[in-house]
Design a protein around this ligand. Structure first.
Ligand SMILES: Nc1nc2c(ncn2[C@@H]2O[C@H](COP(=O)(O)OP(=O)(O)OP(=O)(O)O)[C@@H](O)[C@H]2O)c(=O)[nH]1
Ligand SMILES: [Mg+2]
Length: 247
């Protein structure tokens, strides 16, 4: 299975070397693509140095901070164009342990369309987040699952493997959201496309170095989108029922 591990970065100079070390060791057959948006610290210099001695590694440099969703959409399109069989999403801030990659890739190789590294299945956990942040994430996920009828415990998770056939079925050109909304939208579209999804437990560790790019707008965007999709689904279903006289 030809695999591309995608690492989105914005000012991750204190984390990126350790992350690359871990990913290249844990996924010895995979290529790695860093998509950097307008870092003003040394992230790009560090990755460029690594690229000079590691042929499996590449760097895309974008001059504006266009958001996580846009960085992934860009990388996924590249992966499909270049004939990769699978892509991995992993944060650069060491919250996602690359040691789990072989298990996740093994599941994808066995035919699972989407493998999610999940904090909220038995055996999964979050280490280092303040209570308020864990609560927001946990209840945000419960809300998304109920509103959209998803049997997924961690739809906002950013540690994933997609088979590229799945990405083709999802139609990335239509995906609009950023941040957490992007992860939920991809999950929602994968479910709608009839893809197989497996969650495996992970230990998510809060970043130790660098600063968070998460903000209120990202949370509000995700909440508003989930609510809008739920209303749209309910209206469409009612219209369909009326058309077929099911009521
Ligand atoms: N290319 C790109 N990467 C981004 C952008 N925003 C965030 N990232 C990266 O996406 C990953 C997740 O962002 P984080 O800031 O860690 O967000 P989070 O994990 O939700 O929140 P914290 O861990 O609390 O900071 C990290 O690798 C970031 O460097 C962006 O606009 N463009
Ligand atoms: Mg993070």
């Amino acid at each position: 299975m030809r695999t591309l591990v995608v690492v989105p970065t914005h000012n991750e100079a204190d984390n990126i070397a350790a992350l690359l070390d871990g990913v290249l060791a844990s996924a010895p057959d995979a290529d790695v693509l860093v998509v950097d948006d307008a870092s003003t610290d040394k992230t790009r210099e560090i990755v460029r140095e690594w690229c000079a001695r590691e042929t499996r590694l590449r760097l895309v440099e974008r001059d504006e901070k266009l958001g996580l969703g846009s960085a992934y959409a860009h990388a996924f399109t590249m992966a499909m164009d270049e004939g990769y069989d699978a892509v991995v999403e992993i944060d650069a801030d060491l919250s996602h342990d690359p040691v789990v990659l072989p298990m996740m890739l093994g599941l994808a190789e066995s035919g699972i369309d989407v493998v999610i590294g999940s904090r909220y299945v038995p055996g999964g956990s979050v280490v280092g987040w303040p209570h308020r942040r864990t609560w927001l994430s946990r209840w945000g996920n419960r809300y998304a699952a109920i509103a959209l009828g998803l049997a997924i415990n961690d739809a906002t998770a950013g540690y994933r493997v997609y088979r590229t056939d799945t990405l083709r079925a999802i139609d990335l050109g239509e995906v609009r959201s950023e941040g957490y909304g992007f992860q939920v939208e991809m999950t929602y579209r994968a479910v709608a496309a009839g893809c197989s999804i497996v969650e495996i437990p992970i230990t998510f560790r809060d970043r130790v170095a660098g600063s968070s790019k998460m903000n209120g707008n990202i949370v509000r965007e995700a909440f508003a989108l989930v609510t809008w999709w739920a209303i749209r689904d309910a209206v469409t279903l009612r219209r369909r029922r009326r058309a077929y006289n099911v009521d």
